[in-house]
Design a protein around this ligand. Structure first.
Ligand code: PXL
Length: 270
């Protein structure tokens, strides 16, 4: 069988804990050939509480990168969309999705990033919801993003998370993975999967309580890799949760007040 190919349309995060770097490592660990179109450059600021310095990539350059990847590889099996960050980026990515009609699009709807203009956040929310969400085959919002995209307000229980996942599904996304992680206080990392028929609560043990960078990116990238290989969505999400669990167990520590996922060895847990 030919090696599956996945494209990450995502931001660069220089220190290697999130974004396109995480996506590529996850694809590689899972036996998928990775390529990238960078949407922005994020550099944490050691002199400003590790805030995110954020520089968008010129929209034409984003279009060029997607064109290059899609032209070299005649069949990209799955695309992962991570941080887009500006309405202009969202517009150009939306156009590319129309042009290339990738068979599977996994959207990690990263809404805001520490350090971005708060005033820009609402424009990004609205543009993402209008232009990219309807083109996603699988969406993986965290608790905050689930609240925003579902319009359901604060979510404090598993039942509310299920309702919110259904509300996002009703906006036309075939598969919704609404992630509470550890935030509902269940002692587990809990996500709700909904595809219009199956409604599943997926849980793995929570590992410690320190903040870990890159868990969300790794989950969406691992789902992308698995669906690129032909794994069905629910199993792909189950597999991805194991990959995240392993990546957190093997986390790295640096000088920032959060640790970093490390995907090396995760495929052995599947
Ligand atoms: O985890 C969200 C995220 C996604 N993409 C990039 C990031 C971050 C968080 O820091 O920097 C590029």
């Amino acid at each position: 069988m030919a090696t599956p190919i996945a494209l990450a349309i995502a931001g660069s995060e220089a220190s290697g804990g999130a974004g396109a770097q995480t996506d590529l490592k996850t694809f590689h660990e899972l036996g998928v050939f990775g390529c990238t179109a960078l949407t922005c450059i994020v550099s944490f600021d050691p002199n400003n509480n590790w805030g995110h310095r954020f520089v968008p990539v010129d929209p034409q350059v984003i279009a060029d990168q997607i064109e290059a990847a899609a032209s070299v590889h005649s069949h990209i099996d799955a695309v992962k969309i991570g941080m887009l960050g500006t309405p202009a980026t969202i517009e150009v990515v939306s156009q590319a999705l129309d042009t290339y009609k990738f068979p599977q699009v996994v959207l990690d709807p990263v809404l805001i990033c520490k350090g971005q203009e708060p005033g820009a956040a609402l424009d990004v929310d609205n543009a993402l919801r209008a232009q990219v969400l309807p083109k996603a085959s699988i969406v993986t919002p965290n608790l905050f993003e689930t609240q925003v995209l579902s319009g359901r307000g604060e979510i404090t229980s598993v039942e509310q998370l299920k309702d919110a996942a259904k509300a996002i599904y009703d906006q036309g996304v075939p598969v919704v993975v609404a992630k509470a992680g550890t935030l509902l206080g269940t002692g587990t990392a809990l996500d709700v999967y909904y595809d219009g028929e199956q409604l599943e609560v997926l849980e793995v043990p929570a590992v410690g309580s320190e903040r870990v960078s890159g868990a969300g990116c790794t989950l969406a990238a691992a789902i992308t890799a698995q669906v690129a290989k032909g794994v069905a969505p629910l199993q792909a999400v189950r597999d991805a949760k194991q990959v995240v669990l392993s990546s957190i167990e093997n986390r790295m520590h640096g000088n920032a007040p959060f640790s970093y996922v490390y995907q090396g060895g995760a495929s052995a847990t599947l």
